[in-house]
Design a protein around this ligand. Sequence first.
Ligand code: 4AD
Ligand code: MG
Length: 434
Amino acid sequence: MVASEAPIVRVDQLSEHVGSAVRLRGWLSAHRAGKKVQFLELRDGTGVAACVLAAQDAPETFEAARALDQECCLTLTGTVQAHPKKPGVCEVLVSDLEFRPTVGEYPITPKEHGTDFLMDHRHLWLRSKRQHAILRIRHSIIKAVRDFFDSRGFTLIDAPIFTPNACEGTSTLFETRYHEETAYLTQSGQLYMEAAAAAFGKAYCFGPTFRAEKSKTRRHLAEFWMVEPEVAFMDLDGDMELAEQFLEYVVGRVLEERRPELEVLERNTAVLESVKAPFPRISYDDAVARLAQLGQTVAAEDDFGAEHETVLSQQFDRPVIVHRYPKACKAFYMKADPTRPNRALCMDVLAPEGYGEIIGGGQREDDLTVLESTINAHHLPPEAFEWYLDLRRFGSFPHSGFGLGIERTVAWLCGLSHVRETIPFPRLLNRLRP
Ligand code: 4AD
Ligand code: MG
C-alpha cells in the first residue's frame, strides 16, 4: 500500500489497527529528538498517540521532523504496533509526515505558569490534559442532567435570556439596551418555568444565566449555566427528594463514564461513591446552632457565607440539605412556612468538602395577595411582574423547583478549588477575554 493511501483513523481507534498502516491527524503535544530516534506525541482530541520515528527507516522524514514545533498541526503515516512493554497500549512507527509550521513559539510550556497567564491563553490552555479532562466531565454532567429529567416526564422549556425583570434580587443584574427599553440578562429561568409547570406539569430549562457579582470568589462567575426543574403540585419535601435523587444520578453517571478523566485530575473518588440518597436534612435554625458549637456565628436572620457552608458541609460525608432559611434573606417568590411565617419553605443543597451551595430552590408563593405585597416589600416594579401574577390569578397551584449550578457541580466532582476552570471560557469580574 502507498503510505498516503493508508486509512485516516483517530487515536482512540489505534488498537483496532495493530499491524496496519494508518494516517493520524492532530497536533504535536510533545517531541523528543535524539540522534537516531525521535519520539512524538500526537494529540487529536480522542487521545494521545506515542509515535516513534527512526532515522534508519525514513531518513528524509527524520531530518524534516527536527523542525517540528510544539502544537504544530501534523498528519503522519505509520504502522501501528502493540507497545513492547505496556499491555493494551499502541504506538505508531512513523514512515512519513506532513506538518504546518507554527508561527512563533507556543506560549504554554511545561514550566509552571501563573493562573492569569493561563487564563489569558484559555483558547490554547483548553488543549492541556487537565482542562480536557475537566471539560469532558462537564459534558457528562450535562448529558446526565438532561437524561435524568428527560426520562422522568419533564418537558424541556427554554427560558429567555433577555428579561424585563429581576428574579434573584436587583444587585446582580446585568443591564442592557433592548431597542427602546432597558432589559436585563436573565439571572434565572425560574419564573418562566413556573409558567411552564402550569402548562406541562413537569418542566425544566437549561441555559446560561448571568449575575453581575461584584466580588472575586472561587464560587462565582458572571455567566454560568443552570438547570432548573419546576413541578406542579410538588411541595418542599418533594423538592428535596427530587434534588437528592437527581444528584445521586448525576454523580453515579460521572463515576460510570469518566474514571480515566477523574484519574487525570487525581480526584479521590471514594468520597463521590458515598453520594447516595437520602441526604441529611437540617433546618436553618439547627444549622445555626450547630455552627455555633463549631465556633461560627451567623448574624441574626442572615444567609450563610461561604465559610459557614464549608464548616457545615464538613460535618457530613455526602451533600447536606439545609431548609427553611429566614424569609428576610431570601428571594421574594418564596412561600412562607405556615407554621413559622418568618421562615421560607426553601432549601439549599451544600456539596461536601467545602464546595458550598450547588442547589437552591423551594416552594413558591401561590397566593396572589401575599405575592403582590412581597413584590412591593422588595421594591420590585409591579408592572414587570404582571405576567407572573397571572399565574396566581388563573389556576394558582402549589409548586416547587430548584436550580443547580453546573460549574459548582463540575468544581466539586473534579475536585477543583475554583470555578474558573469548570467552563470553557469563564466570565469573571475582571475577565471578558478571550
Ligand atoms: O440559589 P440561586 O440564586 O437560585 C436561583 O436562581 C433560583 N431561581 C433557582 C430555582 O429555584 N429555579 O442559584 C442556584 C444555583 C446556586 O446554588 C449555584 O449552584 C448557582 O446557581 N449559582 C452560581 N454559580 C456560579 N456563579 C454564580 N455567580 C452563581 N450564582 C448562583
Ligand atoms: Mg442560593
